[in-house]
Design a protein around this ligand. Sequence first.
Ligand SMILES: N[C@@H](CCC(=O)N[C@@H](CS)C(=O)NCC(=O)O)C(=O)O
Length: 218
Amino acid sequence: MTDSKPNLLKLYGFVQSRSFRALWALEESGLPFEHINTTLRAGGDAENSAKHPNYLALNYQGKVPTLVDGEKVITESLAIVNYIARLAPEAGLMPSAIDDLARYDELASFVITELEQPLWNKGKHLFALPEEQRLPAMFDVASFEWDKAVRSLDALLDDSEYAICNRFTAIDIFLAHTFNWAQAFKFDVPDKYLALRDRHYARPAAQKAAATAANDAS
Ligand SMILES: N[C@@H](CCC(=O)N[C@@H](CS)C(=O)NCC(=O)O)C(=O)O
């Protein structure tokens, strides 16, 4: 954190979504923030809708999450989590040594481009795409790709408590959240990755983020 007082960050999110990653990172960071519940389930007339013109001015895709820091507007959950990690280096969410950063980038990229894609593909063909674009055959493709991605992850990780650096980092947030998502979407998640999810979700910051999620959902 810099010497000057940090802005009150604004996180626009719908917590049963990738927004949870950003909310969790904020809780870990200790930075002051406000969570603005942004619904994906309402049309553009509703003020808190991700399709409202005011929100679309921040996030052209009408997706969550979006982080606002003063004049800066950041979209994409990975970019947001990395921004938070850099803003609060004392929280240790991102390493600084070049070798550790290479591992961080490798795993972050793997989660976003390989591990979560089958989950999102299933979601798209289940509810997100316009009905005429949905292909039920994609469910089997998604399961096939998920199993392949999990086997590839096995090769990238060892049995350590944390993914990298022998301590908690944002990679653990991405992995735990993605395995939680996979279980919710009824993919086969190996027990060791459910245990990983449970271990990291037991952290006070994750519990606080989950409490916000429960509150927003009620
Ligand atoms: N790559 C983006 C994906 C964001 C995204 O697709 N968010 C979903 C919720 S998890 C969303 O807002 N969907 C609403 C829509 O597609 O209209 C990220 O990681 O932030």
